[in-house]
Design a protein around this ligand. Structure first.
Ligand code: NAP
Length: 295
């Protein structure tokens, strides 16, 4: 069985590592804030003190970090992953990041004889904890086949999208829809509330109609209970909105609705709600409308 290194024990990484340990993989963990490693060390994981040390310990190196800057630091930085790798390993990056960075990583790993996949995920905290993620993969198909059993221990399905960068591109296209749905839910709930409708009656309709969505179902109830506990931080959704905007610009693709949504997300982060759940973007819409949506 492959030795695994996992770097980045945030909301998503914690669930994934728990499932790797459950599946019996010998796993070494590293996290910038080392205290997050301790519960996994108690369950049998080994602790690495640097990304380099984690990479040296493993056959397959997985990481799920916040953003491009974190990947720059952890992979390319001092005592980073690239300093610890050796030929024959596979590196799998599950971060939501720019496709251009995936291409740069692929080239840097190739120079060291290491295979690379960009393999970001759909699903959130619960899907990570329950091995129910949907993984979208860019890289060589044969490399995916070599690590498929590991990814299967984390996921409900795995989708091969094409060469390096295509997993990252698919993730951005999907998150464009996630942001649109959250924003549409927010606008509709604010409008309906100001019109005098009861928010829970509105949600009852949204749950069953031919435009229902698991996102409305998952977020709607918490939203009207004013519960913004973080499953996917609003600041990370702004990071993704910025990635989508730059990616679309590079391809000369107009995304007018997403451009407007990015402004709402920006405003909500500027109001101080970036650490809360992405659904907290509704608070910016509420402010503009002078109404609050609550059960
Ligand atoms: P998170 O809870 O904020 O965790 C972020 C992780 O990145 C932590 O381990 C953090 O370390 C590390 N990190 C941040 N900046 C760093 C730096 N400069 N150097 C080293 N490590 C750094 O985020 P998450 O929700 O798990 O998300 C992780 C990735 O998955 C993101 O790209 C996100 O967009 C994507 N994603 C998230 C969800 C979701 O629902 N949450 C769903 C799909 C995809 P510390 O512990 O030291 O802060």
């Amino acid at each position: 069985m492959h030795n695994i290194a996992f770097l980045g024990l945030g909301i998503m990484g914690q669930g994934m590592v728990a499932n790797l340990l459950k599946a019996g993989y010998p796993t070494t963990v590293w996290n910038r804030s080392p205290e997050r490693c301790l519960p996994f060390v108690a369950q049998g994981a080994k602790l690495a003190h640097t990304p380099k040390e984690a990479a040296q310990s493993a056959d397959v190196i997985l990481y799920c970090l916040a953003d491009d800057a974190a990947v720059e630091q952890v992979v390319f930085g001092p005592s980073g992953v690239l300093e610890g790798v050796r030929a024959g390993q596979v590196a799998v990056n599950m971060t939501t990041q720019s496709p251009a960075l995936s291409l740069r990583e692929a080239a840097a790993y190739q120079a060291k004889g290491v295979d690379f996949l960009d393999a970001p995920v759909f699903g959130s905290k619960n899907e990570a904890a329950q091995a129910g993620l949907w993984i979208v993969v860019g890289g060589e198909r044969e490399v995916l086949e070599r690590v498929r059993p590991i990814l299967q221990a984390l996921s409900a399905s795995i989708h091969y999208m094409g060469e390096h960068g295509k997993g990252a591109a698919m993730k951005l296209a999907g998150n464009l829809i996630v942001a649109s749905q959250l924003h549409a839910l927010g606008e509709a709930m604010v409008l309906a509330t100001k019109a005098g409708l009861h928010p829970s009656d509105v949600l009852d309709v949204l749950r069953v109609t031919d435009f229902k969505s698991p996102i409305f179902e998952g977020v709607g109830g918490a939203l009207i209970a004013r519960n913004f506990e973080t499953y996917f931080a609003l600041k990370l959704m702004l990071k993704d909105a910025n990635l989508i905007a730059h990616f679309a610009e590079r391809l000369n693709v107009p995304i007018p609705a997403s451009a407007a949504i990015r402004e709402t997300i920006k405003a909500a982060v500027n109001h101080g709600w970036g650490e809360e759940n992405a659904s907290a973007l509704i608070k910016a819409l509420e402010l503009q409308a002078g109404v609050q949506v609550r059960a």
